[in-house]
Design a protein. Structure first.
Length: 218
């Protein structure tokens, strides 16, 4: 029976979380909103609509949401040609593929952004499928992205592990009924990831790769 290794991308495989923080902060600033960077950081990993709602509240002018998202997209796109993969990200995916895991991505990114992220990882030969923001009605922390990734992999929840870097990832994985592994590479504290549902936490892809034999992905 198929085993699925499902991976978030931003902050998990590619070192982009702080780029998102700066570009969202700038998008808000240009629109006249003062949003602290630490608050933006805690919201990274949510889809654009949920991120804006979390940071500006329900009493905001919702007609402005699309413009804020578009501004972030334009600002972030300046980095597409130099997004840095985290250490051993591609090697980790290849090793899991060699070990018989079906590797699937579950990300809120789509379109050119997703293409840039996949180019940074440079492991398309072992990525079986991608569940993107375009494929589901609700993003993380809802379980839909993880469940869709399992459908693409053809694997049941009990034979899957989800690797991510935010509390939203851990909550989504837990709600989908899969085991969760957290990485510290997105800047979220270990205690927060464990509280949100991580079974184990590692520094980054390289640390997980070095610890693979004793991890939930053994």
């Amino acid at each position: 029976m198929t085993r699925a290794a499902v991976f978030d991308v931003d902050g998990t495989l590619v070192d982009t979380n702080h780029l998102h923080v700066v570009t969202w902060w700038e998008a808000f600033r240009q629109a006249g909103h003062r949003v602290p960077m630490h608050a933006v950081h805690r919201a990274v990993g949510l889809g654009s609509d949920d991120l804006v709602a979390r940071l500006l509240g329900d009493d905001r002018d919702k007609d402005e949401d699309a413009a804020l998202s578009d501004a972030h997209t334009v600002l972030y796109a300046q980095y597409f040609d130099r997004l840095p993969a985290l250490r051993d990200a591609g090697s980790l995916l290849r090793r899991l593929h060699e070990d018989g895991w079906t590797v699937v991505l579950a990300t809120s990114a789509s379109g050119p952004e997703l293409s840039a992220l996949r180019a940074a990882i440079d492991a398309d030969d072992v990525i079986a499928a991608t569940a993107s923001a375009d494929d589901v009605e609700e993003g993380k922390p809802a379980p839909e992205p993880v469940r869709h990734a399992l459908e693409l992999a053809g694997a049941p929840a009990e034979r899957a592990v989800f690797v991510g870097d935010t509390v939203w990832d851990m909550q989504a994985g837990r709600r989908a009924g899969v085991r969760c592994v957290g990485l510290l590479s997105g800047g979220i504290p270990r205690a927060d990831l464990l509280e949100a549902g991580a079974e184990a936490v590692y520094d980054d892809p390289a640390d997980l790769l070095a610890s693979l034999s004793s991890s939930p992905l053994a």
